[in-house]
Design a protein around this ligand. Structure first.
Ligand SMILES: *[C@@H]1O[C@H](CO)[C@@H](O)[C@H](O)[C@H]1NC(C)=O
Ligand SMILES: *[C@@H]1O[C@H](CO)[C@@H](O)[C@H](O)[C@H]1NC(C)=O
Ligand SMILES: *[C@@H]1O[C@H](CO)[C@@H](O)[C@H](O)[C@H]1NC(C)=O
Ligand SMILES: *[C@@H]1O[C@H](CO)[C@@H](O)[C@H](O)[C@H]1NC(C)=O
Length: 358
């Protein structure tokens, strides 16, 4: 009897060592053996993931931020984007909007599918009617915008990619003000965050210890995001599992304007050229920036890659599903914070090298 109990006990111990049911974090791994159209399957302490076929997307990718609570998911067919035409023939479209005929544009000129702008000194109703870096003056004429460093009263007076800081009444570049500088708009700050009239950012703490990138923590513990300006807490969130079992995790930097992340990322998106004017010429929305040629293909790609890395930070750092993350339309494991910066033209550079070598 004692022997039997001993056997059962040792069996249970062995079982628990193999499966490690006490580990707070599950293991995530790429698997080829899932049946067709299944992209996430939880099998005991293991979560298996598999990429979906072409034109299909895993239906529950939102759960990837907190994947320890993943649910089984299947692939669903992509719905093709339908682009509605804005061509009404009502002379409504502004500078660089897509048009079908001259009648669609305020300027009455549709060239190569884009509305031309109103020339300097001619009649406009809004800033968006004028050329990039021109604005509509109070007497309804397009006039040249102000450059960085000049005194201003309103943001519309400042050229593309810059705005009027209402604390200094000076045209300043987006994402240019450091921590603690006075600003009335988030987008003038490097961190793209303003709080109590100043550019602010957060640092991540666990048990009152300030973490540095990549914000390693153990599960369970609480990541506390505190404002650098006064150490008050902005938000708290659980340490996220890294997908390699045991208690290995990371605090997620996408939950706030984190020091060393936000204030490094956003300044890369400063711009001084755009095909758009008015609202679109002072946008920081990535799709608008891309459409308006203020950001290149590489820049838009960088933005999207980094957004997936930020949201799947723990998996990205553990490498648990590096083999299939791209196929799953998640992050690119070889991508890094410094994979792109403006003026960094890998294609042009390699072309020059090719010219030199040949
Ligand atoms: C995927 O969708 C695109 C656009 O709808 C289509 O051209 C392509 O043939 C599809 N590919 C497959 C493998 O179904
Ligand atoms: C129509 O306008 C909307 C809103 O400005 C824009 O998102 C969309 O891309 C435009 N469509 C086309 C075909 O230009
Ligand atoms: C915040 O706390 C840190 C120590 O954790 C201290 O060095 C720093 O001066 C504090 N900052 C403010 C604004 O109180
Ligand atoms: C990734 O794939 C390679 C080759 O297919 C394999 O040797 C390796 O074990 C895989 N790594 C993981 C973490 O699945």
């Amino acid at each position: 009897m004692t022997k039997l109990l001993y056997l059962i006990a040792s069996c249970l111990l062995k079982l628990s060592l193999e499966i490690d049911t006490d580990a707070p974090c599950k293991v995530v791994s790429c698997s080829d053996s899932l049946s067709e159209n299944v992209c996430v399957h939880q099998d005991g302490e293991t979560i298996q993931v598999k990429a979906c076929p072409t034109n299909y997307t895993c239906s529950n990718l939102a759960q990837f931020g907190d994947w320890n609570s993943w649910k089984d998911s299947s692939c669903s067919e992509d719905v093709p984007e339908t682009k509605e035409s804005n061509c009404t023939g009502n002379h409504e479209l502004v500078t660089y909007n897509e048009c079908c005929s001259n009648d669609d544009c305020f300027s009455k000129k549709c060239n190569d599918g884009h509305c031309k702008s109103i020339k300097v000194g001619h009649y406009c109703k809004i800033d968006d009617h004028c050329e990039p870096s021109y604005y509509c003056s109070s007497n309804n004429l397009c006039v040249q915008s102000l450059v960085t460093g000049t005194p201003c009263l309103a943001s519309s007076q400042c050229a593309v990619g810059i705005g009027c800081n209402q604390y200094t009444y000076t045209c300043i570049s987006f994402f240019s003000l450091g921590f603690g500088k006075a600003s009335n708009e988030a987008k003038y700050c490097k961190s793209n965050y303003v709080r109590n009239g100043k550019c602010d950012r957060v640092s991540i703490y666990v048990d009152n210890v300030k973490l540095e990138e990549p914000f390693y923590c153990t599960v369970p513990s609480t990541c506390t995001y505190k404002w650098d300006s006064d150490n008050t807490t902005d938000t708290t969130a659980p340490c996220q599992c890294a997908g390699v079992g045991s208690n290995i995790g990371f605090c997620n930097p996408s939950l706030g304007p984190v020091r060393g992340i936000s204030d490094v990322f956003w300044p890369k998106f400063q711009y001084s050229d755009s095909s758009c004017s008015g609202d679109d010429g002072s946008s920081i929305d990535i799709d608008t920036l891309y459409f308006c040629n203020a950001v290149s293909d590489d820049g838009k790609n960088y933005y999207n890659e980094m957004m997936t890395i930020f949201s799947d930070w723990a998996l990205y750092h553990s490498g648990a599903i590096d083999n299939c993350s791209e196929a799953l339309k998640l992050y690119n494991p070889s991508y890094k914070m410094d994979s792109w910066s403006k003026g960094h033209l890998p294609l042009l550079a390699s072309f020059m090298l090719y010219l030199i070598l040949s």
